[in-house]
Write a protein that binds this ligand. Structure first.
Ligand code: ADP
Ligand code: MG
Length: 312
C-alpha cells in the first residue's frame, strides 16, 4: 500500500568534508528512489550539524582577515546549509529517478519554524555548535557579548551552546503540503528548520537550534503522513546499547519506550530524541507509526526485515 512518508535523515550520515558529502548524498538517493519507485510519497527532512559548523567556521575565519566579510548569524548559516544540502539531494535524486525512468521532481523549501521565546530550553542552553575555543577566548567573548553562552564540550575545548527549543509551527507548511498533494518530492525543515519568533506581522530569527527529529515529527503530523522514518547510523534501536548484553528491538509500543527511557537505555542528544519523536508521532493519531533504521536499509525496514517500529 502506498504511504505518505516523512524521512528524517541524520546530518552525520551526510559526511563532513565536501567530497564526503557528495558521496553520501549520492548514496542516500538510492534508498530514497527505492521508496519512490515503490509508490510512496516522500517529504525529506535532514540534519545539518557538521555542515552548519563548516559554514560558520568559514565565515568566522574569513571575517578576521577580510574587512568586507562578516561572521554569519546562526540563522544565515542554517539557511545556507538548507540550500546547499537540498541542492545536493535534488541533483542526486534527479539522476537516480531518471535512471529508473521516473519523471518526478524534488525541490527544497527554505523552511522557518516558529519557536516560543518562553520555551524552558532558553533558560538552559545545552546544544554545542560551531568552532572550539580555549577557555580564555570563550570567557573574553562572553564578556564582550553577555547574550552568548559557552561550555566545555567533552574534553575537546570550549564551544558556544544554544538552546534547543520545541518546534511550534512550520511557517511554510501550506507550500509544502501543496507540493506533496501535486505529487512532488519535498525537502523541508533542513537542520530542524530556521527558528523564528513572531514580531507583529513579521518573523524574526531567534538564535537556537531545533532538533531535526522533532521538526521532522511535526512535519509528519502536519502533512498527515502515515509513517515517520528516522534514518540514522544504526539498523535498529538497542537496549543496553554497546554493552555485552545488548539486545536489538524490532518493535516497541510508546508505553514500552517510556519504560526503556526511564531505565536509561537511550543516550540524550542522539537516540533519545529519536525515540521521543517516534513516540510522539505514534501517539498523535490512531494508525500512525514511526520506524527507526539506517538509511541504507530504509526499504528493508519498511518491509519488516529490520529497523525498530514504534507504535501507540
Ligand atoms: P543522527 O545524525 O542520525 O541524528 P546521532 O548520532 O544523533 O545520529 O544518533 C544515532 C546514534 O545513537 C547511533 O549511531 C548510536 O551510536 C547512538 N545510540 C545511543 N543509544 C542507542 C541505542 N540505545 N540504540 C542504538 N543506538 C544508540
Ligand atoms: Mg542527532
Amino acid at each position: 500500500m502506498a504511504e505518505r512518508i516523512v524521512l528524517a535523515l541524520g546530518g552525520n550520515a551526510l559526511g563532513n568534508s565536501l567530497i564526503e558529502q557528495r558521496l553520501a548524498v549520492a548514496a542516500a538517493a538510492v534508498p530514497m528512489a527505492d521508496l519512490i519507485q515503490a509508490g510512496h510519497e516522500l517529504a525529506i527532512c535532514h540534519g545539518n550539524g557538521p555542515q552548519v559548523g563548516m559554514i560558520d567556521l568559514a565565515f568566522e575565519t574569513a571575517s578576521r582577515t577580510v574587512s568586507s566579510i562578516d561572521a554569519m548569524p546562526l540563522s544565515t548559516d542554517g539557511a545556507m546549509s538548507q540550500g546547499y544540502i537540498g541542492f545536493g539531494i535534488q541533483k542526486a535524486l534527479y539522476r537516480e529517478l531518471r535512471d529508473r525512468s521516473i519523471e518526478k521532481m524534488a525541490a527544497s523549501i527554505v523552511t522557518q519554524v516558529l519557536v516560543d521565546p518562553n520555551d524552558p530550553a532558553f533558560t538552559n542552553p545545552a546544544k554545542p555548535i560551531g568552532s572550539f575555543y580555549t577557555q580564555e577566548e570563550a570567557e573574553a567573548i562572553m564578556q564582550a557579548d553577555p547574550s552568548l553562552h559557552f561550555c566545555e564540550d567533552a574534553g575537546r575545548g570550549w564551544r558556544r551552546v544554544v538552546a534547543s527549543p520545541e518546534p511550534q509551527e512550520i511557517i511554510e507548511i501550506e507550500v509544502i503540503r501543496s507540493m506533496i498533494e501535486c505529487g512532488h518530492i519535498v525537502i523541508a525543515c533542513g537542520g530542524g528548520g530556521l527558528p523564528v519568533i513572531r514580531d507583529g506581522n513579521g518573523l524574526i530569527p531567534w538564535e537556537a537550534v531545533i532538533d531535526k527529529d522533532f521538526a521532522g515529527e511535526l512535519l509528519a503530523e502536519r502533512i498527515d503522513a502515515s509513517l515517520f522514518m528516522i534514518l540514522t547510523a544504526v539498523d535498529q534501536v538497542a537496549l543496553n546499547y554497546g554493552k555485552a548484553n545488548e539486545r536489538r528491538i524490532s518493535s516497541m509500543t510508546a508505553d514500552e519506550a517510556t519504560a526503556y527511557i526511564a531505565e536509561g537505555h537511550f543516550a540524550p542528544g542522539s537516540m533519545l530524541p529519536k525515540v521521543q519523536a517516534a513516540m510522539r508521532f505514534a501517539r498523535s493519531r490512531p494508525g500512525r507509526r514511526a520506524l527507526i533504521t539506517s538509511l541504507s536499509r530504509a526499504l528493508d525496514g519498511l518491509e519488516g526485515h529490520t529497523g525498530t517500529m514504534v507504535t501507540a
